[in-house]
Design a protein around this ligand. Sequence first.
Ligand code: MG
Ligand code: FE
Length: 168
Amino acid sequence: MTHSADHFLDWLRDAHAMELQAISLLRSQIGRIESYPDLKARLQRHLAETEAQEQALKALLDRTPQGSSMLKDITSRLTAAAQGVGTLFSAAEVVKASMTAYTFEHTEIATYRVLIAAADELGDQEARQVFEQIITEEIAMADWLEAHIDTVTRLYLMRDERDLQARR
Ligand code: MG
Ligand code: FE
């Protein structure tokens, strides 16, 4: 393989690992949120998208023997990393979850910008199309969070002041 193809595969494998992490993060957040139905519904929608993203990246990795052999290793490493996620939040849990989600989406956007450039350099149109589709979903999710983080924070404060269930 050329150096470029090597880097591409490396970044693709990282992106696949990132989406696996996204799936466990989203599942954990969806499972815990109770009093913020709009946020919960949007995360649910993005979980469905993320599951499809993971499959699409896996299909790209499976095109080459080097790519598919790297999958197992990553999957086992990530399972361990993902287990701590649910315990990260305590007080103001929903606010922290929103911040985490917002940060995560921007990491994803950066990842796909890199992959789009690399796929383009390699003339890999199939991969490029997959990344273009995915980045659209990541930007939409980031935009939604951008637009709603203010409301979630105010709602949290308001509920907490009134001793309503606010945390989740
Ligand atoms: Mg994603
Ligand atoms: Fe995402």
